[in-house]
Design a binder for this molecule. Structure first.
Ligand code: PLP
Length: 424
């Protein structure tokens, strides 16, 4: 089967531009005529440093990332960042509280610790907006690491939707931790695009804005570089590379520099242990990764190279429009699919609510979820080279993932099939 005969709509890992893959096979064999391939050279070589710098530059250009943000590359995957955000931001929160108490009570370390314990017990909260399977997993990881008593699920979308994901409850119904008295949560977390449930935040949540805004952490694994982002509103943005950006192997973190030394100091491991808070692995420690330009340990430079090629490809394609150019295409592809699904609503039903439909993962049912009809739909699609359309095993149905490397032409082929299938 030829690559060009196939359009792959899988949710990730996902397609990459063919031109990048062609160059990739070349650099694997012989990078820049050195006689050795990219997976075989040191991550500390000048070549590797250049690859890192170029990838950072391309992402900075695409998303217009301000100077006071740092870009990190880690091997954590998206899931590793569920843990990293907790470890890092809890340590910052604790140290701030410690410093405040120390300023009040002076040198009496025992008294500082006693008061700090009380503050941690009573005030340490991490807010989670649970709008789908991935934010649910992130909130569960937070509870596993620091204790469920510290995790505030500010909203659980299932409660507003008969036990299933598919909506984002109105913000006035969220129970965010109050931001008063120099306090507030250690972080406020949401997943910008829920890959399994097809739910995407249409815009940045208003209640997480403002001068006293909490430190917002957002998982953009499945909609990274698909639309404009006002980076300044976030403390941490992260995502695994394997959907819109590159191949599996790295996660990208965009972090506000004020959360890194010398601007912020995390609580020491000793202090965290004394407070019965867990100490994170060094490879998830943002200050360590930042200090070492993402090269604290061996970084898969080939993966960074692929991501860099994809991102600089977008920079070249869209010029001054930057990510806005990709956004137009992503929106158009999603619109074509949803319009068709809505047009034939006697056959198709889009799962999530209209107001929160993901542009990236389009989840729908065929003939009310009839198992045989959905099987027939998938089999018919496969015959046409329209692959990867099966919904996630936990929710069933159909899911068309509409990542950047899915071409407008590929989308049109899917749309034609959606129309044809209604006649069968
Ligand atoms: N977050 C989202 C939104 C995802 O879609 C995924 C994976 O599909 C993850 C996190 C987990 O990523 P990883 O498998 O790299 O840990």
């Amino acid at each position: 089967v030829n690559r060009s005969d196939v359009n792959y709509f899988g949710a990730g890992p996902a397609p990459l531009p063919t031109t990048v893959l062609e160059q990739a096979s070349q650099v694997l064999l012989n990078y820049r005529d050195k006689g050795i391939g990219l997976c075989e050279i040191s991550h500390r070589s000048p070549e590797a440093n250049e690859i890192l710098a170029d990838a950072k530059q391309a992402l900075t250009t695409l998303l217009d990332i301000p100077d006071d943000y740092e870009i990190l590359f880690l091997q954590s995957g998206g899931s590793g960042e569920f843990s990293a955000t907790v470890y890092n931001l809890v340590a910052i929160w604790v140290e701030k509280k410690r410093a405040k108490i120390a300023a009040e009570v002076g040198d009496d370390q025992e008294e500082v610790l006693k008061r700090l314990r009380k503050v941690v017990d009573e005030e340490l909260k991490l807010d989670y907006l649970v709008t789908g399977s991935w934010s649910l997993k992130a909130s569960q990881e937070a509870a596993r690491l620091i204790g469920a008593q510290h995790v505030n699920v500010a909203t659980d979308a299932r409660k507003a939707n008969g036990g299933k994901f598919g909506v984002i409850p109105p913000e006035d119904q969220w129970s965010l931790t109050p931001r008063t008295s120099g306090g507030g949560p250690a972080l406020a977390y949401f997943c910008d695009n829920e890959t399994v449930d097809g739910v995407e935040f249409p815009a940045f949540p208003k209640s997480l804005e403002g001068d006293d805004a909490p430190l917002v952490c957002a998982d953009m694994s499945s909609n990274f570089i698909s639309r404009k982002v006002d980076v300044r509103k976030y403390a941490v943005i992260f995502g695994g590379a394997q959907k819109n950006i590159g191949n599996t192997g790295i996660a990208i973190v965009i972090i506000r520099k004020s959360l890194l030394p010398p601007h912020s100091t995390p609580a020491s491991p000793d202090l965290l242990r004394q407070l019965n808070l867990s100490v994170g692995p060094i490879v998830l420690d943002y200050p360590t990764i930042a200090k070492n330009n993402s090269l604290y340990n061996t970084l898969p430079i080939f993966d960074v190279w692929v991501a860099g090629q994809v991102m600089s490809g977008l920079v070249n394609t869209y010029g001054t429009k930057r990510i806005g150019g990709q956004q137009e295409i992503s929106d158009e592809k999603a619109r074509l699919i949803y319009d068709t699904l809505d047009k034939y609503s006697d056959v198709y039903r889009v799962v999530p609510d209209k107001t929160v439909r993901s542009r990236m993962n389009i989840c729908f049912r065929v003939h009310g979820g009839d198992a045989d009809k959905e099987k027939a739909f998938l089999a018919g699609a496969e015959k046409l080279g329209l692959l990867g359309l099966k919904g996630h095993r936990s929710v069933g149905g159909i899911r068309a993932s509409n990542y950047n490397a899915v071409s407008l032409d590929g989308t049109k082929k899917l749309v034609a099939y959606l129309e044809d299938f209604t006649k069968s």
